[in-house]
Design a protein around this ligand. Structure first.
Ligand code: ATP
Ligand code: MG
Ligand code: MG
Ligand code: MG
Length: 438
């Protein structure tokens, strides 16, 4: 992509309305634009990152055996009357009437709808286990939308729903999602710690929030420092094997959100120098809720003995839009964003220090063609801006590599390659730069 033809509406001023760094940087780099309170348009740079985050989430869901579907954003109130949640959900639900005066709503989550889909066709334990997910926009009329897409009203969510014959089966499904989440967040360059979370009326130990430690986080959390360095299950993890040893290791060390925090246990189990008491961002939440929806909505399956019982369910959420902001919170410096390679909007920023100079233009065109040909996604700054301003833009938008080309270097047969994360620069021939990056 040539920057001269791109749509990158960078703001010169730091927006006053933004309280946290990710929100400021997302506005400054023209990733998003607020259209109403807590409602954002995703502009090209932001949308590319969002798509990449979404894709990592999707790949790990698929790897764990979940199957993708797409449910609508608009739901019928009658479905929610069946579970009893239409009245319970309160003001966070955006309620809508259609032209026939029928009550509709913009989905804040999809337990009811997936239960309806399940009960329409699944009757036997032979069709279990089953895990269906989608990645779809949700709407929650948050009392206090803030921090940009971190807490917005319209946001993207990946929500998966597992179906099993009994609680033992549900635990196996839960463990798969647990491990998939560890892998997902690690691939996004994040250290997300699974922490015991409120499990509601069902009780039990099958509710975990995946939390990123951050000063601006809205949750109060407590954990053992050891968890920050536990190994992440590899790509070769067999999701059909018993995953409980992996999960148990993570649950062995203390980690709890404030609702589940037990100060006496924390002090007894964790040595003082390993106690982390901090703020955190909830990026994912996994939850076993048994027959809470299947019982009232009559989603029953026949077991091997022929008896019919409500199916055991769990739900598993991740917020890709919130994650974009969380990644920036975790990875930036004074000059701007530092994208992990896995979600960077472009792989390389090619900087032409003297647009209009024939030799420099030709060298840049050649590099652009070669890198693009090798499948690299390149943002070529071919604009007439000053070098200083091009550097500032490159630092601000935080692409992993900057390839800097100017007349002086070219005269010496060299271009410069800069790594955004480490700041390391080196001069090398154009050909070496291509083989390094391609
Ligand atoms: P929170 O405690 O932050 O309000 P939640 O517990 O209500 O979140 P869940 O119902 O568990 O959220 O939804 C699953 C995931 O969806 C969350 O872990 C988060 O990543 C994302 N999410 C929830 N609410 C929002 C929001 N208002 N804006 C952006 N992402 C959100
Ligand atoms: Mg909430
Ligand atoms: Mg929460
Ligand atoms: Mg939650």
């Amino acid at each position: 992509m040539r920057l001269s033809r791109y749509f990158l509406p960078i703001l010169k001023e730091t927006p006053k309305e933004a309280d946290i760094v990710s929100h400021r940087l997302m506005l400054r780099t023209g990733m998003i634009r607020q259209e109403a309170a807590g409602i954002y348009a995703w502009l090209p740079l932001g949308y590319k990152v969002l798509k990449k985050v979404e894709q990592v989430v999707r790949e790990e869901q698929n790897r764990a055996g979940a199957i993708e579907v797409l449910m609508p954003t608009i739901q019928s109130a009658d479905l929610w009357r069946e579970s009893g949640r239409y009245d319970d959900y309160g003001k966070e639900m955006l309620r809508i009437k259609d032209r026939h005066e029928r009550d509709m709503l913009f989905g804040p989550t999809n337990e009811e709808m997936i239960t309806e889909i399940f009960r329409a066709s699944v009757r036997s334990y032979r069709d279990l286990p089953l895990n269906l997910y989608h990645i779809q926009w949700k709407f929650r009329d948050e009392v206090r939308p803030r921090f940009g897409v971190m807490r917005s009203r319209e946001f993207l969510m990946k929500d998966a729903y597992s179906f099993d014959l009994d609680q033992a089966g549900a635990r196996v499904s839960y463990n798969k999602m647990f491990v998939a989440y560890l892998r997902t967040f690690a691939r996004l360059g994040l250290k997300a710690i699974p922490m015991a979370a409120d499990s509601g009326p069902i009780g039990g130990d099958m509710s975990h929030e995946f939390i990123i430690l951050a000063k601006t986080g809205e949750s109060e959390v407590f954990c053992d420092k050891e968890l920050l360095d536990l190994p992440i299950p590899g790509e070769d993890t067999d999701f059909e094997a018993d995953l409980s040893p992996i999960v148990s290791r993570w649950l062995e060390s203390y980690a709890a959100t404030d609702e589940k925090h037990d100060a006496a246990r924390f002090e007894a189990e964790v040595p003082a120098d390993r106690r982390i008491s901090a703020r955190g961002i909830e990026v994912g939440h996994i939850f076993y809720f048994g027959t809470k929806y299947s019982a009232p909505m009559k989603a029953v399956v026949a077991g091997p003995d022929g008896s019919e019982n409500p199916v055991h369910m769990g739900s598993y959420g991740i917020g890709p839009t919130r994650l974009v902001a969380a990644i920036i919170e975790a990875s930036h410096d004074d000059a701007g964003i530092i994208w992990p390679e896995s979600v960077a909007p472009f792989d390389v920023g090619l900087i032409n220090l003297k647009s209009g100079d024939a030799a420099t233009d030709a060298a840049c065109e050649d590099l652009y063609a070669k890198l693009t040909g090798a499948g690299r996604d390149v943002l070529y700054d071919d604009t007439g801006e000053r070098a200083g301003s091009k550097f500032a833009t490159a630092e601000l938008i935080g692409l992993p590599w900057q390839l800097i080309v100017g007349p002086k270097g070219l005269a010496a047969g060299e271009v410069e390659l800069k790594n955004r994360a480490t700041g390391e620069r080196r001069s090398l021939s154009a050909d070496s730069a291509v083989s390094k990056l391609a």
